[in-house]
Each structure stands twice: as structure tokens, then as C-alpha cells.
Ligand binder design. Sequence first.
Ligand SMILES: [Zn+2]
Ligand SMILES: [Zn+2]
Length: 320
Amino acid sequence: MKRAFRIALLAALPLWGAQVRIGVLGLFHPAAVTLAAKGIEIGGEYIELHDAAEVKAAGNRVAVTVGGRERRGPRLTASGPPVRARIAGKIDRSYQGSLEITAREGVLFVVVTMDRELAVAAVAASEMPHASPEALKALAVAARSYYAAGRRHNDFDFCDTTHCQLLKEAAAEGESAARQTRGQVLFYQGGIVGALHFGSCGGHTFAASDVGMDGGSYPFFAVACEACARHPEQWEARLPVRTVERTEAARLELARRFGWNRVASNDYAWERTSDGVILRGKGHGHGVGLCQRGAEGMARSGQRAESILDHYFPMTSIGR
Ligand SMILES: [Zn+2]
Ligand SMILES: [Zn+2]
């Protein structure tokens, strides 16, 4: 046992570096999660796990049943990697880190602590699963920069949705992109850029202020995007509202009211109809920072990751 632990520790050493704490599964507001891990700790007791453990929220406490016996405590930690979490009928995901669970009013809150490089690999693989290597490398640098620029939540650093960065499971392509760009982040006037990225644009990106977003220390700049200008992804939406405002906050508000992704981007024209508005738009996502579709287009035409980053993040430099 002791020896196995030492070997695991040594194997993990080259990966040690900055850690990120990512709030996961929050979209599901889970009351129960099934865990598979090496072991769990609750109420000062460590339990080695041989089978999956059922974790439930009991008010503001966490309850877990292992081997027919229930334990309760203010928090549960599960040691990995990997730790596998399943919400029946909804999601089954493996995380390359350790996991901490607390409860509030019958809902479980799950936070994964993982090596930042592993998170970068997972983000790259989640956001652009079939991308060319140079596009993935550019995305990996942007993703790392975003994490390195500072936390975005109070109870943890980042979430696992597009609010921060989509985090699923790492794939080989993502790991390779993270490894080849290891430690690289974007700098602007001496500070790390919270580099944003999104699915596709309508032929040009937006400056953060164009859509009412706060870019932090970097203003972001509107740049032309060749691949999207040639073949934009088009969408249309009818909404029962009287007017729309072209800001990211307004778009997210419409998403909350009428369904995720109804207003797919901030690049649209709109007109009133008898019973609301009709929007005709181009692209997917907020439109600020690196356009993933455009980055893929640049990579396919032979451009390197450095040129892609330079294009979507003008005035920045790559450093460590
Ligand atoms: Zn977030
Ligand atoms: Zn684009």
C-alpha cells in the first residue's frame, strides 16, 4: 500500500504545477452522485473504495453509503485520479484529479482539483474535438491563458460550462496540444490575457466593448475572419419579445428565458413581427477572441499556432 502510493506519487511528479479548481456538474443541480474513486474521506475517516459509492445531499450535509453503512459529514473528498462521477440518466464522466463535494439545501456541489495542464488538454479536446494540430495548439495557449489570468467564481476558480471553458474528458489530441505548448500564455502590456474563444463568427470578431463584455486587462480587438466570411454558419430565431439588445448579457438572458442557444451569436440583424421579433444571424458564441472555426481554417491553409494567436489576439505576445 505504502509502496504503491510512493510510486503513484513519483509518476505524478512531472505533472505537478499550477492547479485549478473547477466547479463541475453544476448544470444538473444534482441531489445524488455515484462515485468511483480510489478512496473517499468523510468526517475524518478514510475509506478505500472497491465499488461505486452513492453520495447524496442530506440538507447541508453530505451522506455516503459504502458497504451498507451510511456516513455523514460537511464535506466528502474523493481521491484519484481518475475519479468518475455519474448522475443517473444524465452524465457519466471521468476526471483526472481529485474531487470535493459539499451540500447546500439538498443540492450537491462538486469541485474538481486538477493539474492546469490536464485541464488545458481537456478544454482543447472538448471545444475542438476534430481540429488540426496547429489550431488545437492555438486553442491550448488561449485556454491556459484564460485559466492563468485569474479565477471567475467565488466558491471555486472556474466552471465547466461555456461561461468559463467547456470541460469534458481529455483526448490524445488535446494532450498533445497542451504538451507542445506547455506553459505558454498570452501577455498584453505585462499582464496575462484572459483569452476568450468561441465557436464561429460571422466574418469578423468583436471587441469586448462591442458586445458589452469586460475583457479585463485586454480590450480584445475586432478582426476579420476569412473562413467564416466565406461560409458563415447561419441561424434564425423568432422570439416573443418587443426588442433585443446586442450585448452578451442580453443574449444570455434570452437563453435563460427561451432555451440554450436560441440566440446563437451576437452577430445578427433583427426586425419586428406582429407577435415579436425575428433574428437572422451568423456564427455561434459571443464573438470575442479566438474564433475556433476561423482558427481551423487558418491551420488548414498552413498557418502555425503562433500566427493564429497573433491574428485573433493583436498586440499580445506569447510567453511563459
Ligand atoms: Zn464560469
Ligand atoms: Zn470566424
